[in-house]
Structure formats: structure tokens, C-alpha cells
Design a protein around this ligand. Structure first.
Ligand code: RP5
Length: 173
């Protein structure tokens, strides 16, 4: 699955956005949208850990050599994709718990966050906020060596701060 044909999607990807199913897209599109907004080159793909284990292994083995510097991995239920991807590459993995049908994503969260010592997955909130924040975290990491990206992040934070300062209570209709 490729999300868009924008410049950020068609350039050589620096960030991989992977997910266990196309049903994860409604959550994971918030990570992609953030990367698009910041102009960070990415790719978006479905890689199912239990249905495509060989593809998962190949993706992890090739990730660093292909230029990926962060992998945002979203999955639901027994969400092993982020942890397995972290085991397959030294590229930092940012895990997004996708809400599940029966346990509302608490199963996804616990599956992703409880990595044994030695193979880390930076784990974010369940759902849309987690997906967006995973992208922001990758962006902040890349901004450490990219002055333009750093300026975009500073401007993003400033807009967010101003929007909060402009809030009124009770909220206007
Ligand atoms: C996981 O199982 C996926 O990440 C998804 O969140 C969940 C359900 O997948 P589908 O049955 O919708 O393909 O593999």
C-alpha cells in the first residue's frame, strides 16, 4: 500500500511506515499525514508479521542499507510486528498500538510496550494520537541533524501553542 504520490511519498524514503493490515490504515494515516506535512520522505506498506513473516524479515534486513532511519510500525491485537521488526534491524522502531475489536487496543499496547531488555521499541499511545506522535518523534530525531526540519518543528510547536492560547471556555459553537 502506498498512501499518496506526493514528493514526500515518491522521494527515496527515510522513514518506513508499516502496518499489519490495511485495516490499520485509519490509524496509521495520521503518521503519514504528519510526515507529509513536514516533507519527510517516507514509504507506507502492509507487512503482516504472522501472514508475511518472510517479507517482514527481508524488510528488516534491508532497512538500513536502503536509507531508512526510522520505522513506524503499527499493529493490533497480539501486535508482534514492531517487536519483530526491532529484532530484525538496528533502525529505530516506533510502535503504534492499533485499537483492537475486543480489547480496545490495550492488548496491542501491552504487546508492543513490554519488550525484553536489549531490543527496544519506542511505544506510543493507542490510536491516532500515537500514530501522529510517532511521526513527530521521528521528525524530532531527524531534526537533530537537519536545520530546515528543526525550524519546521519549532514553527509547528509555536502554532500549537498559539492555538491553545486562543482557546476560550466554554468553547464557541
Ligand atoms: C493485525 O491484526 C493487524 O495489525 C490488525 O490490527 C489486526 C486485524 O487485521 P485484519 O484481520 O483486519 O487484517 O495483524
Amino acid at each position: 500500500m502506498t498512501a499518496k504520490t506526493s514528493a514526500a511519498a515518491s522521494a527515496t524514503p527515510v522513514v518506513g511506515v508499516i502496518m499489519g493490515s490495511s485495516s490499520d490504515w485509519e490509524v496509521m494515516k495520521h503518521a503519514v499525514s504528519m510526515l507529509e506535512d513536514f516533507g519527510v520522505a517516507y514509504e507506507a506498506r502492509v507487512i503482516s508479521a504472522h501472514r508475511m513473516p518472510q517479507d517482514m524479515a527481508e524488510y528488516g534486513a534491508a532497512a538500513h542499507g536502503r536509507g531508512l532511519r526510522g520505522i513506524i510500525a503499527g499493529a493490533g491485537g497480539a501486535a508482534h510486528l514492531p517487536g519483530m521488526m526491532a529484532a530484525l534491524t538496528e533502525v529505530p522502531v516506533f510502535g503504534v498500538p492499533v485499537p483492537s475489536k475486543y480489547l480496545r487496543g490495550e492488548d496491542s499496547l501491552l504487546s508492543i510496550v513490554q519488550m525484553p531488555k536489549g531490543v527496544p521499541v519506542a511505544t506510543f499511545a493507542i490510536g491516532e494520537a500515537g500514530a501522529a506522535n510517532a511521526a513527530l518523534h521521528v521528525i524530532a530525531t531527524l531534526a537533530g541533524t537537519d536545520a530546515d526540519l528543526h525550524q519546521k518543528l519549532v514553527a509547528f510547536r509555536a502554532r500549537q501553542t498559539q492555538a491553545a492560547r486562543d482557546m476560550k471556555v466554554p468553547p464557541e459553537a
